[in-house]
Ligand binder design. Sequence first.
Ligand SMILES: NC(=O)C1=CN([C@@H]2O[C@H](COP(=O)(O)OP(=O)(O)OC[C@H]3O[C@@H](n4cnc5c(N)ncnc54)[C@H](O)[C@@H]3O)[C@@H](O)[C@H]2O)C=CC1
Ligand SMILES: CC(=O)C(=O)O
Length: 350
Amino acid sequence: MKKNASSSSFGPGGLDLTSAFFKPILNSDPPIPSNRCTKISVVGVGNVGMAIAQTILTQDLADEIALVDANPDKLRGEMLDLQHAAAFLPRTRFTASVDYNITAGSDLCIVTAGARQNPGESRLNLLQRNVAIFRQIIPPLAKLSPNSILLIVSNPVDVLTYVAWKLSGFPVNRVLGSGTNLDSSRFRFLIADHLDVNAQDVQAFIVGEHGDSSVALWSSISVGGIPLLSFLEKQQIAYEKQNLEDIHQTVVGSAYEVIKLKGYTSWAIGYSVANLARTILRDQRKIHPVTVLARGFYGVEGGDVFLSLPALLGRNGVVAVTNVHMTDEEAEKLQKSAKTILEMQSQLGL
Ligand SMILES: NC(=O)C1=CN([C@@H]2O[C@H](COP(=O)(O)OP(=O)(O)OC[C@H]3O[C@@H](n4cnc5c(N)ncnc54)[C@H](O)[C@@H]3O)[C@@H](O)[C@H]2O)C=CC1
Ligand SMILES: CC(=O)C(=O)O
């Protein structure tokens, strides 16, 4: 393949057809330099990377998307397949290469490369394989786009966000993981389905590890602005704590179920990450549960542990951590989740 295959090359044999097709209008000003474009790099063009790239593309979030992977044929195939949809999509320049130079000057670098779970396998099991891959990926990304924001998706996402922070040398506001943004979406879907309302009207957070030790914040759920549990209590509507626990366990089991059924998860993480990209690049200052440095928040102590907390996001990455209501029991569970992740992190010697 060509090292840098891009949609900007036009015309058979490199002919300059532009001057044949278009005549400049008379007495026009010299061309105004085009505004700086928004550039997103996606590293890893497997199921997840491509679901993210195509969602970003359809939502018109980038002027340029650079795709990097270790597999050149897959790269070129994926790029061509997307380019062939150009007639139906916003105009976006594509580059694809095994060479990280194409990522230079990115605003946002999204990392999805690496091993994924086999059916029944936990996310934490992927750690050693994916840390080795991150040692190849993060340093060139950070060097070529020193002002970018790094958004980590590969699993185990919390520990790998810590690894990316260490390997990049970036300030902590510019390194985050997709974390429990996806788990929270699954949670909101299940609650919305139960109540037969739109999931966008359900505000609910899962925090902690993106995985088995995640914590559901039942005490802060609201539906259409109405706090759920206090509403049920005021109306004297009985509910079993076990029912709530069952809903959370369904969220925890969601990825295992999808992986067992179709081999991988892709669409929901594609939308979840595109949603984060929009908030960041358009400076939306929305609150998302994402992987951030959690030390000092909600009683999480003991080291530089990365896990998901509801965070305010904007063009600078992580602006702040939100002070949501948490019961003592929820805070204890979060601290336990932090210990699980910290144990994994401490084995890395970074
Ligand atoms: N954080 C989250 O919510 C989610 C995370 N994931 C994780 O995303 C990751 C990717 O999953 P899939 O796309 O399904 O896997 P996949 O196997 O389809 O794709 C992985 C890609 O990484 C590439 N790759 C491997 N080593 C590389 C290297 N050194 N440099 C560049 N590229 C390299 C492979 O060539 C492949 O194209 C997995 O770790 C998975 O567990 C998946 C779904 C949700
Ligand atoms: C695979 C994974 O992490 C997920 O779909 O939640």
